[in-house]
Design a protein around this ligand. Structure first.
Ligand SMILES: CC(C)(COP(=O)(O)OP(=O)(O)OC[C@H]1O[C@@H](n2cnc3c(N)ncnc32)[C@H](O)[C@@H]1OP(=O)(O)O)[C@@H](O)C(=O)NCCC(=O)NCCS
Length: 188
């Protein structure tokens, strides 16, 4: 089932998280904690390898039930683990979802998040038949807004108190990607 969900643009590969990603994903998280903590509630100073293992196990179960899609982003030539991407909050009635991403600190600045986002959005439209992918970015998160802007996501406005990370509440920019951005028709 998972093998048919691998996609690549020749530079990166986007594929479902696997049990054998635990060590490389844990290492990637650990090296990136300072940059993940402001934006990801799951990232904290005492982050443990079992949290990665539990997360991958949960992600695989939720993939099978169609409620959450957790991907690894890897480098196409070397298979280096670059980061993670998820499609979550899949709305059963209105057919949209939330897309989130992170790239390990040593691999930032190469445009990998944007590449992965484009592959994942195409997966959402073609495979999941969604009609809208949302990217919700804290107003203070300039790097992530650059990712969304650079791939041509629609900047739709600012939503107040839309994001909570730990004890901090953020206003957030709502971005969207639509099937028409990929030359695709809406298919319900
Ligand atoms: C946001 C993030 C995913 C961007 O991934 P990326 O693959 O590095 O994206 P890009 O290469 O397109 O770079 C985006 C911007 O990040 C900034 N950036 C690049 N390298 C950087 C570095 N080493 N340190 C800080 N910022 C950097 C640049 O301003 C860049 O914009 P530019 O291309 O106009 O110069 C990544 O920085 C990250 O994982 N951040 C922490 C988690 C997070 O914020 N996730 C998004 C939640 S909505």
């Amino acid at each position: 089932m998972f093998s048919s969900t691998v996609s690549s643009d020749g530079v990166i590969v986007l594929r479902p998280l696997r049990a054998d990603d635990v060590t490389s994903m844990y290492d990637a998280v650990c090296e990136s904690l300072a940059e993940l903590k402001p934006w990801m509630s799951w990232a904290h100073d005492n982050y443990q390898k079992r949290e990665t293992r539990d997360w991958i196990t949960l992600a695989q179960a939720r993939w099978n039930e169609g409620s959450y899609y957790g991907f690894a982003i890897t480098e196409a030539q070397t298979q280096t683990f670059l980061g993670g991407l998820s499609l979550s909050q899949i709305h059963p009635l209105y057919h949209f979802c939330n897309l989130g991403y992170w790239i390990r600190s040593t691999q930032r600045g190469h445009g990998y998040a944007g590449r992965a986002t484009r592959l994942a959005a195409r997966f959402a439209f073609e495979r999941l038949k969604l009609i809208r992918v949302e990217i919700v970015v804290a107003v203070e998160n300039e790097a992530s807004q650059k990712v969304a802007d650079k791939i041509g996501a629609h900047r739709e406005g600012i939503l107040h108190n839309r994001m909570v990370v730990g004890a901090r509440v953020h206003d957030a920019v709502m971005y969207s990607l639509l099937p028409s951005d990929f030359g695709l028709a809406v298919r319900l």
